[in-house]
Design a protein around this ligand. Structure first.
Ligand code: NAG
Ligand code: NAG
Ligand code: NAG
Length: 346
């Protein structure tokens, strides 16, 4: 009888334990799933391991598929205590990624989302949306690579500012980033008159609409050259305090001229910046070639020139004057408001 009782008791205990064992969720058993996975009990009490959310720290595991269920967040991500998702840690503006070590390259770094420039514009000197990791193509720079380099000898310029490695701009350019096109008169000066001891030139005020390059201008450098030589002389400068007034500038060169020599003239513009003259000027267009004629004795008397060549001293000539017919092409295009004369005695 006692044995019977014991047998039945044992049977009940064993059975109940078995049932209890069976009903205990298998996922509560420690280490049933590997790292970075979570355990999921199937309907038939079998077990499957699923990967944790990609934002979880792999070594810490998770309780389920959501980022909120990470035990810890991966590097560069943080979560608030409790049931909250992992979020990219807030890096200082303009940085992102692991320990905020990556630099944004967006025009507005407030619009940098994990390196992507959501504003649709790269910072100065860069291209290649959305990450803007590329420098501007050769010979371009600045915002949207829209500016053109103007360095001497076609050097490529600094992508931010346009500066040249040699610190020298191309001949026709100057200023910060070589972006100021130097002013130059579109038309050459006209030779209004060429007679003994008086070659008279005329040109019209620089005007950004009609001429080349950008003002403001400092002065006009009148240049002349003998056709059989290479040297341009600068007999006179003409300043123009009232630059806004469009007017004809008339200059007479009354000495230093050698008879029977062909001459050409040009007017170079020296630009100014903050009322200081720039050092460089673009050579102006040369005028038509003029053969200068003069009676040498009169020329000598008037100029008392020691530069008159021996040939001029010995070659007598009748006094001759001739006018050079001015071409009217330019006058038609310009409004003539005022005129000033400069007479030169060199
Ligand atoms: C030179 O010729 C111009 C034009 O005819 C005249 O206005 C100017 O007074 C002359 N200059 C001299 C020094 O003769
Ligand atoms: C004209 O101005 C330039 C400055 O740009 C100066 O170097 C030159 O000596 C001046 N020439 C004359 C004739 O005054
Ligand atoms: C010419 O210039 C020289 C000095 O270069 C001077 O001695 C002479 O008196 C001048 N002649 C005239 C006619 O002005």
């Amino acid at each position: 009888m006692a044995w019977n009782m014991i047998f039945w008791l044992l049977l009940i205990i064993v059975t109940e334990t078995r049932v209890a064992r069976r009903r205990e969720p298998p996922c509560l058993t420690k280490d049933i799933c590997p790292c970075n996975t979570y355990c999921s009990q199937q309907a038939d009490y079998s077990v499957k391991c699923y990967p944790c959310h990609s934002d979880c720290e792999p070594s810490q595991g998770c309780d389920g598929p959501m980022s909120e269920q990470c035990q810890a967040c991966k590097t560069g991500y943080t979560k608030q205590p409790g049931f909250s998702p992992c979020r990219a840690s807030t890096c200082p503006v303009g940085t992102y990624g692991n320990q905020c070590k990556n630099q944004c390259h967006c025009h507005t770094n407030d619009l940098c989302v994990q390196g992507r420039c959501t504003g649709g514009q790269c910072e100065r000197g860069r291209t290649g949306l959305p990450f803007c990791l590329e420098a501007c193509p050769a010979q371009t720079f600045g915002l949207d690579c829209r500016l053109i380099c103007h360095c001497k000898d076609q050097e490529d310029c600094n992508k931010l500012q346009g500066d040249c490695p040699s610190y020298q701009c191309d001949e026709e350019w100057d200023g910060p980033g070589c972006q100021r096109k130097l002013p130059k008169l579109y038309f050459p000066p006209q030779v209004l008159l060429s007679k003994c001891n008086n070659i008279t030139l005329r040109w019209f005020s620089f005007d950004e609409t009609d001429d080349i390059g950008q003002g403001p201008i400092g002065l006009y450098k009148v240049m002349m050259k003998q056709m059989n030589g290479d040297i341009w002389l600068n007999p006179v400068n003409v300043t123009d305090p009232d630059r806004s007034l469009k007017k004809a500038h008339v200059v007479s060169i009354t000495s230093g001229l050698v008879p029977d020599v062909e001459y050409t003239f040009r007017v170079d513009i020296v630009a100014s910046e903050f009322d200081k003259l720039l050092k460089r000027a673009v050579p102006g267009e040369p005028s038509k070639v003029i053969l200068y004629k003069c009676d040498t004795e009169i020329a000598l008397h008037k100029t008392n020139s020691t530069q008159t060549p021996l040939s001029a001293l010995t070659t007598g000539r009748d006094k001759k004057e001739f006018n050079v017919v001015p071409e009217p092409a330019i006058t038609g295009q310009r409004e003539r408001i005022g005129e000033h004369d400069v007479t030169l005695i060199i």
